[in-house]
Design a protein around this ligand. Sequence first.
Ligand SMILES: *[C@@H]1O[C@H](CO)[C@@H](O)[C@H](O)[C@H]1NC(C)=O
Ligand SMILES: *[C@@H]1O[C@H](CO)[C@@H](O)[C@H](O)[C@H]1NC(C)=O
Ligand SMILES: *[C@@H]1O[C@H](CO)[C@@H](O)[C@H](O)[C@H]1NC(C)=O
Length: 271
Amino acid sequence: MESSFSLKTILTISLFLFFLTPQSSLAIKVPFHPQDLLPLLPRQVSWPILNYLNGAVDLLPTFVGAASSFNDTGEWKGACFYENRAWMEFHNKTGSEFGGGTLHLEVSKAHSWTCMDIYVFATPYRVTWDYYFISREHTLEFKEWDSKAEYEYVKRRGVSIFLMQAGMLGTLSALWDVFPLFTNTGWGENSNIGFLEKHMGATFEQRPQPWVTNISVDDIHSGDFLAISKIRGRWGGFETLEKWVSGAYAGHTAVCLKDSEGKLWVGESGT
Ligand SMILES: *[C@@H]1O[C@H](CO)[C@@H](O)[C@H](O)[C@H]1NC(C)=O
Ligand SMILES: *[C@@H]1O[C@H](CO)[C@@H](O)[C@H](O)[C@H]1NC(C)=O
Ligand SMILES: *[C@@H]1O[C@H](CO)[C@@H](O)[C@H](O)[C@H]1NC(C)=O
């Protein structure tokens, strides 16, 4: 009963928009998808539609590049826009210690009139998102860097850009999952654990006390593997997103090796 009602709602809304939009003559020529218009609908309307249509859509954002000031990202193909590139411009509009920056994102060659691409932009200190459905250069403003650490990070590594591949529907509901990851609270921690479990099937179990143990070199054997997974705070949220995107289960790893004289070496991953 409920689903037929939702379907009727969708049809009504799409017909309504169809007749009201000045572009309806264009819409006739191109395949028209009601979901293309979802972000334009009031939230109360779009959420029930999402719930109806989304089901178990599994979505993965794709890392398309990191925009830094030196080089643009190179071109990538979006779901809607086929030619995209981005670059970063640093500024000091607020006269703050580390200044801020503007991310420029140029999108072109849309494959239909009603489609759009959704992007998630992340540094380890923040995550934000935006969607585009007009071919032109868009900008995303970072008024001020949060700290020296963020400033240095963006200068060196750039702002990471993720394209939400699964299209609008899955995306919006996934963002619902993503935002709590970045809060540095017990809620954020549980969100990270819940997210990894739901989307990657990874479980984290609290180990019994004592949580701090002294180990000596003798306790370590060649080949022992250490994996660190952050699950709380900004880095935790960033790592969760990285894991989700890359399919990795650890954020940082190290392998212990002993040489022929029994000397311990620890090889660490670079990330
Ligand atoms: C930018 O790109 C050029 C050519 O692709 C390369 O030679 C240069 O090292 C890059 N610079 C940085 C800072 O990545
Ligand atoms: C931005 O301007 C302020 C005030 O002029 C200055 O103290 C600060 O060092 C500048 N920051 C950067 C990153 O240039
Ligand atoms: C670990 O070693 C330090 C220094 O030897 C000691 O103070 C501490 O109590 C030890 N901790 C545990 C859990 O054994």
